[in-house]
Ligand binder design. Structure first.
Ligand code: UTP
Length: 225
């Protein structure tokens, strides 16, 4: 099976705890035999901090995006270090290069690619590009809600939904550098057009990735439609 795993920077690098990065590496190494694994790493709080400094210095949104991309690549490199020999040794910068690196039969790790979206979209585009069977998005919430649960306590969590329903929920999200939504609107549209099965789950517990891979009911499953 070919799987793309998107790991939010906020769940990979929590309190600068190297054990957390190691825990993700162990889970990925457990899935890797007999499967092709691609990982996309986000920028998290560090990206948002650097973006806000850039913005305060007068940088426009595209340049702030570029700052965010650089941070995602640094985080991606830390995961490569934790994966040791199991990973392709460099952070891939383009979808084409990821496809070529796959031939090395190692876990392929990417960060951001270009301004205007987040690593949610990168992982969806990569999943389409490499013809993945499954996209797992490990983030800091336990699934997709009808609206932001921090703002609206009445919001409902979906166990299953269509990609079209996901697009309806996230389409009005702002695209500013560093903005947050469970999946960014570009990512949601690419998930919709590709029809790739996607699972959004709580990445604060790395073993949840393993549970999703084994077919356990977890997070929100997004199906074609
Ligand atoms: P992230 O993908 O980390 O955003 O990219 P996020 O949704 O905040 O993710 P996590 O879950 O907290 O890690 C950080 C920022 O980097 C820029 C955007 O500004 C994004 O908000 N970025 C990232 C890009 O412009 N292009 C990319 O391909 C990736």
């Amino acid at each position: 099976m070919k799987i793309v795993v998107s790991i939010g920077g906020s769940v990979l690098i929590e309190n600068t705890d190297p054990e957390r990065v190691d825990a993700f590496a162990s889970v990925l190494k457990e899935i890797a035999p007999n499967n092709r694994i691609f990982v996309v790493v986000g920028g998290g709080e560090t990206a948002r901090k650097y973006i806000s400094i850039g913005r305060a210095l007068g940088a426009n949104e595209a340049i702030c995006d570029r700052i965010g991309i650089d941070v995602t690549r640094l985080n991606a490199y830390l995961l490569i270090l934790a994966l040791r020999g199991a990973a392709y040794p460099e952070v891939l910068r383009t979808y084409q290069d990821a496809l070529v690196a796959e031939r090395e039969k190692k876990i392929v790790v990417m960060g951001g690619v270009s301004p205007g979206y987040t690593t949610d979209a990168v992982s969806a585009i990569l999943a389409e590009y490499v013809g993945a069977d499954l996209l797992i998005n490990a983030t800091s919430v336990d699934g997709v809600y009808s609206s932001d649960p921090k703002v609206n306590p009445e919001s409902k969590r979906y166990e299953e939904m269509t990609a079209g329903e996901l697009v309806e929920i996230v389409i009005r999200t702002k695209l500013d550098a560093g903005s947050t939504s469970v999946i960014d609107p570009v990512g949601a549209k690419v998930i919709e057009r590709s029809g790739i099965k996607t699972i959004v789950l709580d990445g604060r517990e790395p073993s949840n990735i393993l549970r999703a891979f084994r077919g356990e009911k977890i997070g929100t499953v997004i199906l074609k439609g």
